[in-house]
Design a protein around this ligand. Structure first.
Ligand code: 5GP
Ligand code: MG
Ligand code: MG
Length: 178
């Protein structure tokens, strides 16, 4: 498995340090408001776990699962809800917690879907953002790191459901998926 990775982009320590910064920012911005963290399964599980523990106080969370990628590495643009929220978000301050924005197609779709439920506010926090995300009109308030256009795995991010367990984030050697 060591040979399957090309190089490490961010170590676990770097990720945690950045999430601490984002958490402080988020907590200050939502002061006096009850923010609901909405994670997008499954990639965001570790971002959610570490971000919510980095928050100075407690915030409720909910999850939704959508499918857009299948087992490949390119976005299909076809989004399907596999698991919807348990929470009625109307009138709530919703912060979407994401692992990565690539084409932005998935998040664009999720945002318009959630907006139709009339939350009090809707913002996005993503750990990683790729250059193509700039092509769609997504206002992402909290971004951990902007990264080059490479396929990355680890820290919740998978290739064909594997490698989510890696503590660091790195690029997958091309031989794994070509
Ligand atoms: P988008 O619709 O923005 O192109 O892609 C959204 C989803 O595709 C992400 O939430 C993630 O699940 C997956 N994805 C996009 N880029 C990568 C990547 O570099 N690595 C991994 N493992 N998944 C990615
Ligand atoms: Mg995701
Ligand atoms: Mg995936």
């Amino acid at each position: 498995m060591g040979n399957d990775l090309d190089h490490v982009l961010f170590t676990e320590d770097q990720i945690h340090a950045r999430l601490e910064e984002l958490a402080a920012e988020i907590w200050a911005d939502y002061e006096g408001k009850d923010v609901l963290l909405v994670g997008v399964l499954k990639g965001a599980i570790l971002v959610m776990a570490d971000l919510m523990r980095a928050l100075p106080g407690s915030a409720p969370m909910d999850w939704m699962a959508v499918s857009s990628y299948g087992s490949g590495t390119k976005s299909s643009g076809v989004v399907r809800i596999l698991k919807d929220l348990d929470t009625d978000i109307s009138g709530r301050h919703v912060l979407i917690v994401e692992d990565i924005i690539d084409s932005g197609l998935t998040l664009n779709w999720i945002c318009s879907n959630l907006r139709s439920r009339e939350p009090a506010s809707l913002e996005i926090c993503t750990l990683l953002r790729k250059p193509d995300a700039a092509k769609v009109d997504i206002d992402c308030r909290y971004v951990g790191f902007d990264i080059p256009n490479e396929f990355v795995v680890g820290y919740g991010l998978d290739y064909d459901e594997r490698y989510r367990n890696l503590r660091d984030i790195g690029t997958l050697a091309p031989h794994v998926y070509l």
